[in-house]
Design a protein around this ligand. Structure first.
Ligand SMILES: Cc1cc2nc3c(=O)[nH]c(=O)nc-3n(C[C@H](O)[C@H](O)[C@H](O)COP(=O)(O)O)c2cc1C
Ligand SMILES: C=C(O[C@@H]1CC(C(=O)O)=C[C@@H](OP(=O)(O)O)[C@H]1O)C(=O)O
Length: 378
């Protein structure tokens, strides 16, 4: 069984990752992990924290000479911002902090987190509810992605909407494409990107925030990961559980999940074909690569909807937890939009679930043992 654990506070000394269940003899390229960490830091709309952090993994155990040992892999990602928070975040300094955060932000974990854990300082909630944690999930996913590449399983993602600007609508509504040749999708992408950036800039100026949609594709997944025999073994359920755990994600859709609801069955279900060289296959993929809780061999396509960022520079009304008086919510620093970053997190979270299920089906202690089982099955 593959398990990924994360620890660490947003402004603490470092984030910590722990992966149990990786087989031995898998080659690992640390630069690739750092590249994925850098991808997560990019995207228009990020705040000033991303100018401070330069995320890099430091592997502590489980890998020797560039190959996994089969033992637990542990690693850290130092928080550069810790330098500015050393005293405030100290695990041993018992002086009560004079900068209590007492004005919970609507949409964040602040209010319920402080009530649930019995804190008088919302800072204690912010530190762990922050999406800073997703850096660890990206590093772990990037390691796991390298393992999956031995089996030709790859993943990528892209943003399909920022606020009310949808990539698809603009591609199909050519009247909205004035600036260039409408036959070039690359050009259209460029126009959409410009419109999205413009919207983020306007929203930032207005002190507000944005959400959006990103789409994940996973290809090369063999038929039969997950199962129909029990509800908690279904692959679509496992993917949506994991993706919904990403901070801010409020909707997960497999294939044309919601669009399919308004079409007749004959236009939805993907007809089955067979060729000697290819085996069973489909010419369409409205299902998004999963039927009956199992991968069906087609690309897995998932869309995730992210709500707007809760921290607003023009804050919403809240109640001060000390005085119980009406107040404006706390704002120190924030992203305006983090959909591109969440998209990278989504990719890595999804590939982690695929690897878990892959090991459940083909599992062994070493890469060679797993390859043998996979080849036999294929
Ligand atoms: C990559 C990423 C960056 C984020 N940045 C911020 C941010 O700067 N400010 C903020 O208030 N929320 C940010 N969020 C969203 C909050 O973490 C999230 O809304 C919060 O944890 C509440 O959880 P929920 O949305 O799942 O209810 C970010 C989310 C992600 C995935
Ligand atoms: C640190 C990251 O994102 C953070 C996620 C986040 C939140 O509330 O989720 C709030 C912000 O934290 P800060 O107040 O320190 O600027 C973001 O910068 C990151 O993605 O690495």
């Amino acid at each position: 069984m593959l398990r990924v654990f994360t620890a660490g506070e947003s402004h603490g000394k470092a984030l910590v990752g722990f992966i149990e269940g990786m087989p031995s003899n898998v080659s690992m390229n640390v630069e690739e992990i750092n590249r994925d960490l850098a991808r997560r830091q990019q995207g228009y709309g990020r705040g000033d924290r991303m100018k401070i952090e330069k995320d890099k993994i430091e592997i502590l155990s489980g890998i020797r000479g560039g190959k996994t040992l089969g033992s637990p892999i542990s690693f850290i990602i130092p928080n550069k911002d810790y330098e500015n928070w050393t005293e405030y975040m100290s695990p041993i300094n018992t002086n009560k902090c004079d900068k209590l955060v007492t004005k919970p932000r609507p949409g964040h974990a602040d209010l319920t987190g402080m009530l649930k854990y019995n804190f008088d300082d919302i800072r204690n909630v912010i530190e762990r509810s922050s999406a800073r944690e997703t850096a660890v999930r990206v590093a772990a996913g990037s390691l796991i992605k390298q393992f999956m590449s031995y089996f030709n399983i790859t993943t990528h993602s892209h943003v399909t909407a920022i606020g009310d600007i949808h990539l698809q609508e603009i591609i199909t509504d050519t009247s909205r494409i004035k600036e260039s040749d409408s036959s070039s999708v690359r050009c259209v992408d460029g126009i959409v990107e410009k419109k999205m950036i413009q919207l983020i800039e306007e929203t930032k100026k207005a002190g507000d925030s944005l959400g959006g949609i990103f789409e994940i594709h996973i290809s090369g997944v063999p038929k039969g990961l997950g199962s129909y025999v029990h509800w908690d073994r279904k692959l679509d359920a496992k993917l949506s559980y994991a993706l919904m755990s990403i901070q801010g994600v409020k909707g997960v859709e497999l294939g044309y999940g919601f669009q399919n609801t308004s079409r007749v069955g004959s236009l939805v279900h993907d007809e089955i074909l067979f060729q000697k060289t290819k085996g069973f296959f489909r010419n369409t993929n409205h299902a998004g690569g999963i039927e009956g809780g199992m991968s069906n061999g087609e690309n897995i396509v998932i869309r995730c909807g992210m709500k707007p960022i809760p921290t607003l520079y023009k804050p919403l009304k809240t109640v001060d937890i000390e005085s119980k008086e009406s107040a404006l919510a706390t704002v120190e620093r924030s992203d305006t939009c983090a959909v591109p970053a969440a998209s990278i997190v989504g990719e890595m979270v999804a590939i982690t679930v695929i690897a878990e299920e892959f090991l459940r089906k083909f599992g062994g202690d070493s890469l060679e043992e797993i390859e043998k089982r996979w080849k036999e099955y294929i």
